[in-house]
Design a protein around this ligand. Sequence first.
Ligand SMILES: Cc1cc2nc3c(=O)[nH]c(=O)nc-3n(C[C@H](O)[C@H](O)[C@H](O)COP(=O)(O)OP(=O)(O)OC[C@H]3O[C@@H](n4cnc5c(N)ncnc54)[C@H](O)[C@@H]3O)c2cc1C
Length: 520
Amino acid sequence: MKTRSEFIQNLNETPLWDIAIIGGGASGLGIAVDAASRGFKTVLFEKYDFAKGTSSKSTKLVHGGVRYLAQGNVKLVSEALEERGLLARNAQHLFKKQEFIIPNYKWWGGPFYTFGLKFYDVLAKRLSLGSSKWLKRETVIEALPTLMTENLSSGVSYFDGQFDDARLALNLAQTAVEHGATVLNYFPVSALNSTENATVDSIVVTDSETQEGYNIKAKVVINATGIFTDKILKMKDPTHKKTVIPSQGIHLMLERSFLDSDAALMIPKTSDGRVLFIIPWHDKVIAGTTDTLIKKPKIEPVPLQEEVDFILETINTFLTKKASRSDVLSVFSGLRPLAKPKKEETNTKEVSRGHKIIVDDNLVSIVGGKWTTYRKMAEDAIDTAIEHFDLPEVACLTKTIPIHGNTSDMIHAEHLKPYGSDLEAYTSLESSDPLYQQPLHPRYPYTNGQVIWAVRHEMARTIEDFLSRRIRLLLLDARAAVTIAPKVAELMARELNQTPAWQEEQVSQFSALAEKYILN
Ligand SMILES: Cc1cc2nc3c(=O)[nH]c(=O)nc-3n(C[C@H](O)[C@H](O)[C@H](O)COP(=O)(O)OP(=O)(O)OC[C@H]3O[C@@H](n4cnc5c(N)ncnc54)[C@H](O)[C@@H]3O)c2cc1C
């Protein structure tokens, strides 16, 4: 991997980029891979760390969306199912086939959901992950030992994909770099300079670490800032009207024993008509999510008390092992960048999860969509750029491009799986120094070597980058993450040539952030 200073040197040496992307979440990074692999001179700027926004706070499903099928959105579902199949092939190290069980407490639930999920299988065509099937009561109880059994009549099993969102974002950044892109985290865009005829002439970026500013010229500027899309559009036109509505979703992380199963539980209709999942992830379970309209976009949204209560009440209705606030290992919250429909909706679960591309001179904004469809969104964004601007017509290649780390090798240790094809290089680094082999926390398998690797090869700049997104400990167990923060700061400081004052500041910033993930 190139160093940060080498990427910065590229900024100084490139007078005109073909594509400059603002935002390093699923959308922006997918676009960087697409553009760079078509041979375009591509640069991407992320204000914080890659996937610091919504893209590290998802439910971690690569799915067509059974719920959207129930809403009759067949096109969205079949497009997402195709993308699910492509990711299963191109990022095998991060993709997991996951069984879901829908329990039926009404006699008609069995035939109703079996029929619906058979249609889901049909839409997935050759990329199906396995057939859905009706399950008798005893089979459901055996598969989900902590499920409430009173009035349970049967169940339906189906398959979907699961992944590690922040790791996929990182691997997309690495893939883009391998195809020639320059990608920089901690590089906010603060202004757009326009010519007299309103074309964006250059964008103003700043290196957050040195405060050095740069003026970047590009033929096309892509705004992939998710819930912050309107802020960028306002930099160009202060009278710009809102295009994105943020909708908050939270998740609770619990010990695996609450579900005690390899299968996930899907509750198709909660008391307020939503879907709720309880899904094994790493060695824990994730329960979520909610759908709450929020007025102002925030990079670190805070879970509402009623959202936490709603999830706890719902899981306690369906599970025999009861969860309370003190059982929650971590609570994380994200904002969906939903494309605003023509008529303002108050109920965001009805707002389409499809994506929209807005062309405003040479500023192309992409809004909405989901993680699952990031590749198709990127293809559409670059096709649009080619159609409207002075760029050669080159076909999209990403359907068959392997994502960094892709391997069919089976990796058994859960905490090493995300390294994929980098595993050999990682283990060789770890074995080069006894310090690197030492565990970071007595209850978790992570080692000091992973910190070093993250700095040298994964563009980690802060302890939050490491603890939240290179390994996922902040989301898995926020208190454990706080405990090891000083050790991580010390190891990073050595690699980054940082001072004791930097370490102290890092630990205090991280502890303040982690407080938001802990329920007191
Ligand atoms: C609760 C929840 C659950 C979800 N579950 C799923 C799921 O299971 N499966 C699925 O497919 N999808 C899911 N999604 C949807 C998916 O997570 C999002 O669609 C996707 O992550 C959006 O990515 P993005 O790149 O558009 O936005 P973001 O990830 O928010 O990225 C935008 C980036 O732009 C950066 N930025 C902003 N301003 C600037 C600036 N001035 N300069 C530089 N950078 C800037 C931000 O820092 C941010 O990193 C879920 C979403 C939520 C909220």
